[in-house]
Design a protein around this ligand. Structure first.
Ligand code: SF4
Ligand code: SF4
Length: 236
């Protein structure tokens, strides 16, 4: 038996069905990729609600308009990650810009995970909207099931993730460093590097905004506490 939890926000799709469906042009896609509904211009036609196959545009009868995730654009404009990324206790969300595959930058975190390592996959790519939320497929779920959700390459993605987790060198070590950086700062990491001891994240101005050790420092205490005349069970 297996199960997994899939957090789903608006995908801010390249070919956003919600944008094309709106008869009063109340939905726009910004230059930074964020798709926004102008709630004042919305005329409650509900076409975006019907058009979005991810069910991310929702009609709010109390307000009399359609609403959806705004990608926290005021924070993005300040170089900060969206609030649900910052709040994530599991530290599993990384926000950033993605380049076209042929212009992939190996030191851009999202390019590295999506284009270089192929470890993060879009949800239902077969729908053709080019969604921009990418998931590292869960390793405990059968490939056939994951294939219909994330498309080709899920087996390779799971393998790459396990290699990084198991501590293999080269790009897998670099990926492990990047995974350590996820959730370590409220700032958007535009570039990163991994050296002998640390993974380091930089903002758009080259300022260091995150630094995490590649290995957690460990201390081992003697298992007998002479002062209190007791044995300890947890010594690390
Ligand atoms: S997920 Fe739905 S609401 Fe979001 S941009 Fe894509 S089509 Fe629009
Ligand atoms: S916190 Fe921001 S990015 Fe996250 S779902 Fe809400 S509006 Fe979208």
């Amino acid at each position: 038996m297996w199960f997994f939890y899939l957090p789903r926000i608006c995908n801010h799709c390249t070919y956003a069905a919600c944008v094309g469906s709106c008869p009063v042009q109340a939905i726009t896609k910004r230059r930074d990729g964020i798709v926004l509904i102008n709630e004042d211009a919305c005329r409650s036609q509900l076409q975006c609600v019907k058009a979005c196959p991810y069910m991310k545009s929702i009609y709010n009868p109390a307000e009399g308009n359609s609403q959806k995730c705004i990608g926290c654009f005021p924070k993005i404009e300040e170089g900060l990650v969206p609030q649900c990324f910052e709040n994530c206790l599991g530290k599993i969300r990384l926000h950033g810009w993605i380049n076209e595959p042929e212009q992939a930058d190996p030191n851009n975190p999202v390019d590295f995970l999506v284009h270089e390592m192929g470890v993060a996959k879009p949800l239902y790519p077969q729908l053709g909207l080019q969604p921009h939320v990418y998931y590292i497929p869960p390793i405990n779920v059968p490939d056939e099931y994951l294939f219909q959700m994330f498309g080709p390459g899920v087996a390779e993605a799971k393998d790459a993730y396990q290699r990084a987790r198991d501590g293999e060198g080269g790009d897998y070590r670099k990926m492990r460093g990047l995974l350590h950086l996820i959730g370590s700062t409220e700032y958007i990491i535009e570039q990163f590097e991994v050296n002998e001891d640390e993974a380091i994240g930089y903002d758009a101005n080259g300022r260091t905004v995150a630094k995490v050790p590649m290995a957690e420092p460990r201390a081992t205490r003697p298992n007998f506490d002479g002062q209190h005349n007791v044995y300890r069970l947890d010594v690390t």
